[in-house]
Design a protein around this ligand. Sequence first.
Ligand code: ATP
Ligand code: MG
Length: 556
Amino acid sequence: MVEEEKSLNFIEEIIEEDLRNGKNDGRVLTRFPPEPNGYLHIGHAKSICLNFSLAQKYNGKTNLRFDDTNPVTEDVEYVDSIKKDIQWLGFQWADELYTSDYFDTLYAYAVELIKKELAYVDDSTSEEIAASKGTPTVPGTPTVYRSRSIEENLRLFEEMRDGKYKDGEKVLRAKIDLASPNMHMRDPIIYRIKHAHHHRTGDKWCIYPMYDFAHGQSDSIEKITHSVCTLEFIPHRPLYDWLIDRLEIFPSKQYEFARLNLNYTVMSKRKLLQLVNEKFVEGWDDPRMPTISGLRRRGYTPESIRNFCERIGIQKRENMIDVSLLEFCIREDLNKTAWRRMAVLDPIKLIITNYPEGKVEELVGENNPEVEGGEGNRVIPFSNELWIERDDFMEDAPKKFFRLGPGLSVRLKHGYIVTCTDFKKDENGNITEVHCEYVPNSKSGEDTSGMKVKGTIHWVSVTHAKEVEVRLYDRLFQDENPAAAEDFKASINPNSLHIIEKAYVEPDLANAELGKGYQFIRLGYFNLDSRNTTADKLVFNRTVTLKDSWAKESKK
Ligand code: ATP
Ligand code: MG
C-alpha cells in the first residue's frame, strides 16, 4: 500500500486528495485539447497518454476538444488526422467537442463581463496596447478607452460582432489590473476582430475569442475537473481562475507538467509545417518526422509509444529526453513481436560449386523464436546460387573476422556450413563472385559434421529472391537541440534518407502485411511503407537498427 502511494505522480496525488475530500462528487473528467492546425507529434502523445490514463485510473472520462479558435490556420484534414492518431494510440474519448460550438456561450460570457464592468472595448492598435502595458517592473497605464461606460462597451462589442469594424480596429479587453506583476493580468485581450472563414462556423463570426478566454471557459462548460497543460501556462493560471471566478461558472482547475523535449528533434507544429511546406520531408507522415503518423509509417507500434510515455513519467521542470530511449522502446517491443526474415541489402553472389545446379531444398525457419512454438514456420528455398551481403566477405580478412574470406567457413543461417574456395573480381577490383563448397552433413538442426564455426550469415536464393526497395533512415537533425539554433533548418542532416532501390528478400516477404514488424536478421527492424508500396513494388522502411549505433559512435 505504502509502495503504491510512492509511485503516484504529482497529478495523481492531487486527484487522490480531491477524491478524499469529495471534490467534484468524486468525478474525474480530463480533456485533450489540440488545436487543429497540424498533425499530432510525440509530445502530444505524452499529453494524450497522461490525460487518458488519469481518467482510466480513476474511473473517469476524457473529452477530445478541438481548440479551434483561430480560423486562419485550422483545417478538417487536421481534425481527421488527430482523431485517427488518438485511436491508433489506443484511446477513446468520451465526447468529441469543438470550442467553436461554444462561440455563442463565450460571447454571452463576454457580455456578462462588460455588464459587470470587467471588460471594455479598446480602439488602440496592438502596438499601443503593448506599449501601455508597461514592463514587469513598470506598471502599465490605462488607455483612454478603459473608462468607457457599460452601455458604450455593450454597443461597440455588438458592432464588432456585426462586422462594423475592420480587423485590428478594436479589441475587447478584460479589466483587471494594469499594475499586476503578472503581465497576463494587465487587461488581457479576450476578443479580436478577424474577418475570416472558419472551417466549422463558416462566416457566422468575425470576432474570435483569444486562447485565454476560450480555454478555461470551455473547460468550465464541460465541467472538466482537472485541466492538465504544459508549464508555459503557469503564468496564465491566475487569469484562468479570475475569469471562472468572476463569471461564477464551474470551477475547473488547471495543473501544469513539463512538455516533452526530445534531442535531435523539433517538436513545434509551426516548425514541422515548415519542413513539410519547404519539402525537406515527404509530408507530415514522413518516417523521419516525430509526428504520430510519421512514427506509425516508420514502424512504431502504439504499445512502444505508450511505454515510452510511461517510462519518461511526468515532471514539473523542463528537461530533454534522449531520443535513443524512444528507439529503445520500439526495439524492445519488436524484439518480442517481429517475424524474422532474411534480406540482403548490398548483394554479392555466392556460388556453391559442389551443390547440384537446379536442385532446390526447402529449409524452414521459425517466424518468431522469441515465443513458444515460434508462431509457425516459413519455407526458405535454398539453391546453389545465393545473394550474401558484400561486407560479409573480405579478401584479406583480419584474424577476428568470423565471416567469409579465402579458406574461411561460416554457417548460412538455417542452412549449411560453407567454406570459401575462390572469388572473382572485376577490372576495378570489386568482388563479383564468391565460390564456396558446402558441407553436406552440416544442415542446421541435423548437423553431424562435428565442425565448429564462429559466424552465421544471412542470405537469399538468387532465383527465388524477391526484389524490393529498402529505405534506411538516420536522424533528421545533426544538432542535439536544433530548435535552440537561430535557424533550426541549418542542422538538417543531408543523409537522413538512404534509398536502396534493389535489395533482395526471401520470397515469403511477398506476403508481408502492412502494419506488421519484421526483423531482417542482422540488419534491423523493418515494415512495409504504407504510402509508396504498390502491388509491383514493395517498399520497406527500416524502423530501427538492432543495436543503438549512436551510442557506439559517441564512445569511439
Ligand atoms: P505546438 O507548440 O507543437 O504547436 P501546441 O501546444 O500548440 O503544440 P496544441 O494542439 O495546442 O499544440 O496542444 C494540445 C495539447 O498537447 C496541449 O494540452 C499541449 O499542452 C499538449 N502538448 C503540446 N506539445 C507538447 C509536448 N511537447 N509535450 C507534452 N504535451 C504537449
Ligand atoms: Mg497551442
